[in-house]
Design a protein. Structure first.
Length: 177
């Protein structure tokens, strides 16, 4: 029976790819239609989709691929893997789009940051120094790295909560995976 059981990594990769495609579509809609002001609202939608997908993914793995049982730690680990793979896909597309197709979002964020600094009454020298740092953190590569880290961290938090509801320990030692 153990030989037929799919690996956790393969299952998480498959589910993470599906989640990554959905999150990628949301990101592309934001970038293509320049919905930068709605970005915060759409971030909450993305988080709700991610929470639902992680909950369904962990439950699916528990019920269909793990014999109906999953420990708390295994559920959290699975959720983190799913969110890591989804984050890699989404961040890769973000890097390609912002780095090679359209950097409108980057320009928007730079202008918004500079305007905020002027509105706060910062001296010109401080604004120039702050903008040089801001440009480093709003570059496509930095956004991609932060995207993977952020997605995985959010997935970890969601998985901690979902695992509490979905854990189902095997009653005897032989049933545990």
């Amino acid at each position: 029976m153990e030989a037929n059981k799919p690996s956790k990594m393969k299952s998480a990769l498959n589910f993470g790819a599906k989640l990554g495609l959905v999150l990628m579509i949301i990101s592309l809609v934001i970038y293509v239609f320049e919905l930068y002001e709605a970005n915060r609202w759409l971030s909450w939608v993305s988080m709700a989709i991610m929470a639902a997908a992680l909950f369904m993914g962990i439950k699916n793995y528990r019920d269909k691929e793990n014999g109906g049982f999953i420990s708390y730690g295994s559920a959290v680990g699975y959720g983190v893997l799913v969110s890591l793979f989804a984050g890699i896909i989404t961040s890769f597309v973000t890097y390609i789009y912002l780095g090679y197709i359209d950097d409108g979002f980057i320009q928007y964020e730079l202008m918004r940051s500079e305007d905020e600094m002027y509105n706060q009454g910062m001296p010109e020298e401080q604004i120039e120094m702050a903008m040089s740092w801001t440009k480093k953190f709003v570059a496509p590569g930095a956004l991609a790295v932060f995207g993977v880290i952020g997605n995985t961290l959010i997935g970890f938090i969601i998985s901690l909560i979902a695992a509490a509801f979905l854990k189902k320990e095997a009653e005897n030692f032989e049933d545990q995976a």
